[in-house]
Design a binder for this molecule. Sequence first.
Ligand code: SF4
Length: 218
Amino acid sequence: MMGDKDYGRFVREAMDSIARELEVPVDATDPSRIHAHEVTRCLRRSYYERDSPLDGPPRGFSGLLAGMLRRLGHAPPEAEYDIGGGRSIVGRADMVVDDTAIIFRPSDSAPRVPDAGDMLYLNACLWIHGKADGVVVYIAGDRSETSFSLTRDKRMFEETVRRARVLGDLLAEGKRLPIIEPSAECASCQYYERCYAKQRMGKPIGLIKDLLGHNPDP
Ligand code: SF4
């Protein structure tokens, strides 16, 4: 904050709006083409995004970087993998270098392990682009990088295909929602109140104070 202007907020909003403009649109009316990012996160969230979307959290750095790499021509063209039954999984890596597919993700600090959804997404990109090896690069606010490599895995991709079929079937049917998938993702999900009770701040119950108050060792 400088003076009475919150420049950080302006920058975040500008980044978000550029990232949204650079996003690859999903055709909500076509359940035969399921995007890889839709099935490597909560299926119910992806269903809501097509059926009755709400504005989500800011796209942040990864959305901006991925969009810019696409616009600058560093990303490979979007491609499809035929999963049978007239359906396909659509997606693309952020970059392909020397036959290795790369995706970039933001991170608060250097992660010890890669996010499971990121590994599923990267693996889907390997099958979609026909590559054997991939890397997910986490970039933290201090510009430090942490990367994890992955060799194309059939079992992981079979799970992604299964999820794509479930989402495609439910979207085509239009009557039932995918099951709730409780995870850390729920905390930042714009559909939280559709899945769970309305959020309310509870009053402190004083339990910790009571416990400490009866502790003979201060
Ligand atoms: S709140 Fe959780 S379970 Fe519900 S749609 Fe969002 S991520 Fe999925």
